[in-house]
Design a protein around this ligand. Structure first.
Ligand SMILES: [Ca+2]
Ligand SMILES: [Ca+2]
Ligand SMILES: [Ca+2]
Length: 400
């Protein structure tokens, strides 16, 4: 979803407050909203290989560490590549060649995951780069992103960026012990044009919580590449951006393995939260009623605390079940504000296989905005395919 925002008043106010010292490049026309965010640049990826808190990393940039890679020696994350195509020793030409590169904003470098070593010039490299903890003291995290279009949960492997909320009380030391809660994700659009991605973190903006950013390339196919520059935290949005605005109902990522989750009540007696039976490709921890030795016979219900519907969609990932099986995810809504919650949506997954990739379900709840609601996860099935996996239940103005 493209959105435009014109921010003349804050722009002028900022100019008045800061005199000649502006937080963004000088514009030819002061009436034009900024093309980079007003705020603090968290990462430029310029001046490659800066020293920082780079622990146990062959490659890092000021504390951004390659923490997982098939082969770090292959320079999965290329720092300091500028915007030039680079001739490799093998004779090929590789490089991102961003179409809307601007030296004024992008400096001399960015990061990319396009193969650029002697014997490996391809999208085949995979890896993951994680930022140091970033204190949330603004409403938005904004960054420039290009590359492959692979949504999170893609069975072929994701490329893109994931924003994770660290547990309450987590300080600024690196590394953090997992888990963290995935609260936002974005990918490119099979394009070498940078797009601004704006992650709304305002609901966590109390200057005590931290987040981290993962730059992920888990795809070896065409457009299996991620390209990132200019990470900002700010309170003003850029001129044009994609808005990632998730309000989590149940990620289960920060919950201990057990029968229930924080903010939910449960009648399950088995450890359905964080149960990894079948290793479904969920995000962090999930609800999974396929208990080892009792994959179908486990039954129970989990109900979320009431929440207000504040966005147009409720999305979640699920697998399990089969047609006619008594496993459900339901949305119950207090439609007439009477305190009585009535079913509005119900989904029974039909994949059965516990090893399948989850798929996204989208409920359009725009007509129910402002109402109180609960999500219910039900397993009343003891016969074959009688289990359900549910994850990343969230409100968003974007359908998955
Ligand atoms: Ca840069
Ligand atoms: Ca999860
Ligand atoms: Ca069951």
């Amino acid at each position: 979803m493209k959105q435009n925002k014109f921010v003349l008043a804050p722009l002028m106010a900022a100019i008045l407050l800061t005199g000649c010292k502006q937080d963004w490049p000088e514009l030819n026309n002061a009436g034009i909203p900024p093309v980079i965010p007003v705020g603090e640049q968290v990462a430029s990826f310029d001046d490659p290989m800066l020293t920082g808190d780079c622990e146990n990393a062959t490659l890092c940039w000021a504390g951004w560490n390659v923490i997982q890679s098939a082969d770090v020696d292959n320079d999965v994350f290329v720092f300091g590549a500028g915007n030039e195509k680079v001739m490799t020793p093998a004779g090929g030409w590789v490089g991102a060649q961003i179409s809307n590169w601007d030296d004024q904003y992008n400096g001399d470098s960015f990061i990319q995951t396009i193969g650029q070593t002697e014997n490996n010039i391809s999208d085949g490299l995979t890896g993951e780069l994680v930022s140091p903890p970033i204190l949330i003291q603004n409403n938005y995290i904004q960054l420039q992103l290009a590359g492959g279009k692979y949504p999170i949960l893609a069975s072929s492997g994701m490329t893109g960026v994931v924003v994770e909320l660290l547990p309450v009380g987590a300080g600024s030391d690196y590394p953090y012990a997992d888990p963290a809660e995935v609260i936002g994700w974005a990918s490119g659009d099979e394009s070498n044009t940078f797009t601004w991605k704006a992650f709304n973190v305002s609901q966590y903006n109390d200057s005590t919580r931290y987040l981290r950013i993962r730059v992920v390339d888990a795809s070896t196919g065409g457009w299996g590449q991620t390209i990132v520059d200019n990470v900002y935290r700010s309170d003003e949005l850029v001129l044009e951006y994609d808005f990632i605005d998730n309000s989590m109902i149940g990620s289960f990522d920060l919950d201990a393995v057990g029968a229930t989750a924080q903010g939910w009540t449960s009648t399950f007696t088995s450890n359905v939260v964080g149960n990894e039976e079948g290793s479904p490709q969920v995000i962090g921890r999930a609800v999974n009623t396929c208990i080892s030795g009792a994959c179908d016979s486990t039954t129970g219900t989990m109900v979320s605390d009431p929440f207000e519907i504040i966005k147009d969609n409720i999305n979640f990932a699920t697998i399990g079940g089969a047609a006619g099986k008594q496993v459900f995810v339901k949305l119950l809504v207090d439609v007439d504000d009477s305190g009585s919650f009535v079913e509005q949506f119900s989904e029974t997954p039909t994949t059965c296989g516990a090893w399948d990739a989850p798929y996204w379900v989208n409920w359009d709840v725009s007509a129910l905005r402002g109402k109180q609601a609960k999500v219910e996860i039900i397993d009343n099935e003891v016969a074959g395919c009688g289990f359900i996996v549910v994850d990343q239940i969230h409100q968003s103005n974007i359908s998955q």
